[in-house]
Design a protein around this ligand. Structure first.
Ligand SMILES: [Zn+2]
Length: 352
């Protein structure tokens, strides 16, 4: 069954249709029903990808309708005005820079002192801006969204930017050997040809430069977002890097840097990878790994489902508990003769 479909990353034929609606666990960032397109799973490297991919028209519609759907909007009759950027999502981009800096600290690396920063899919520019603040290097961002780029130039002073409808063409317009940090923060999974994006990015990278990637992890992340054309795990992401002569000096799964909803509250919801150019790469990496990723992924997703249910129940119990405490507090304060006195004494006691 479907054995002829080849994995786009490891090129093996050990692939099969993967039905993500058998899991309770899902991502709520997108309200679209799951499985609009078939997902395939590669048992050899663990990659999950949509096949066939949604058309450009479908994708634009998903992005316009659902993606970063605004919780804050001011309307007047039929017209509505929105904030220039999604504030919460922007704060998250800012906090993701902390994860990048933590990796440098952990590996005892110092930040680059020359060259430029390129953030591919940089949206409103906050990740690149944060790295600029720490390195003093100029940043450039590439994104499809004009609103994000406008914010980056007018509020963050990021002058170098490129609006992009075709990421491969946009990358080709840049000068080779220019950038000392190239980052892709939750953008690689949206691209039609991630392998080629990494290949062209490597050409733009200076010899001692770093490529940094953060993507959702198939072992702990919802899989129903129709704009995610690929979902990686540590192994498939590593394969992309080494097949482009990049040395993966750090590839780890982890939790988010910001507060998250129960479905994103696990310790392997994302993968972070840092890599540098090299000439010595073990390209047989794919043949030396003998894991069956079907079993690994199914197991992880069932565990993630259970964890989500547990986190949700915990959240509701906690909220209910605090409501009950509040109601008791009000009753004591307002209706019992010694109530007010008791609270004032308690307040003074806590102050000391
Ligand atoms: Zn594969």
């Amino acid at each position: 069954m479907n054995t002829k479909i080849q994995c786009p990353i490891c090129y093996k034929n050990k692939t099969e249709i993967f039905n993500n609606s058998t899991f309770f666990y899902r991502s709520f960032t997108c309200e679209k029903p799951r499985n609009i397109h078939n997902n395939y799973l590669c048992r050899n490297c663990g990659l999950i990808w949509q096949n066939p991919q949604p058309s450009d028209n479908e994708l634009s519609k998903f992005y316009a309708d659902q993606y970063r759907k605004s919780p804050s909007k001011v309307s007047f009759y039929k017209k509505s005005v929105d904030l220039p950027i999604q504030l919460k999502e922007s704060q998250n981009s800012f906090l993701r820079a902390q994860a990048f800096l933590n990796i440098f600290k952990k590996l005892n690396l110092s930040l680059p002192k020359n060259g430029k920063i390129l953030d591919i899919g940089g949206y409103q520019g906050l990740f690149a801006w944060t790295l600029s603040a720490f390195t003093g290097l100029k940043a450039k961002i590439i994104d499809y969204n004009p609103n994000g780029l406008k914010f980056a130039s007018s509020f963050l002073g990021i002058e170098q930017q490129q609006i992009s409808n075709d990421i491969l063409l946009s990358l080709l317009e840049n000068t080779k050997n220019t950038f000392s940090i190239i980052s892709m923060i939750h953008s690689l999974e949206h691209m039609r040809d991630p392998k080629e994006v990494i290949r062209l990015s490597t050409e733009l990278l200076k010899d001692n430069g770093y490529i940094y990637i953060e993507v959702p992890n198939s072992l702990g992340s919802g899989l129903n977002d129709p704009t995610h054309l690929y979902t990686f795990n540590k192994n498939s992401l590593t394969l992309i890097l080494i097949s482009n002569n990049l040395n993966p000096i750090y590839v780890e799964s982890g939790s988010l840097t910001h507060q998250a909803e129960p479905e994103f509250s696990n310790d392997r919801v994302v993968i972070r990878a840092l890599a540098q150019k090299t000439n010595f790469i073990d390209k047989d990496f794919t043949n030396t790994k003998k894991s069956n990723y079907k079993i690994i992924i199914y197991k992880s997703l069932y565990l993630a489902s259970l964890n989500t249910i547990y986190q949700m129940i915990k959240k509701y119990i906690k909220e209910t508990f605090f409501i009950i405490i509040k109601i008791f507090g009000w009753i004591i304060y307002d209706f019992l003769p010694f109530g007010k006195e008791f609270f004032h004494t308690l307040k003074n006691f806590l102050r000391r």
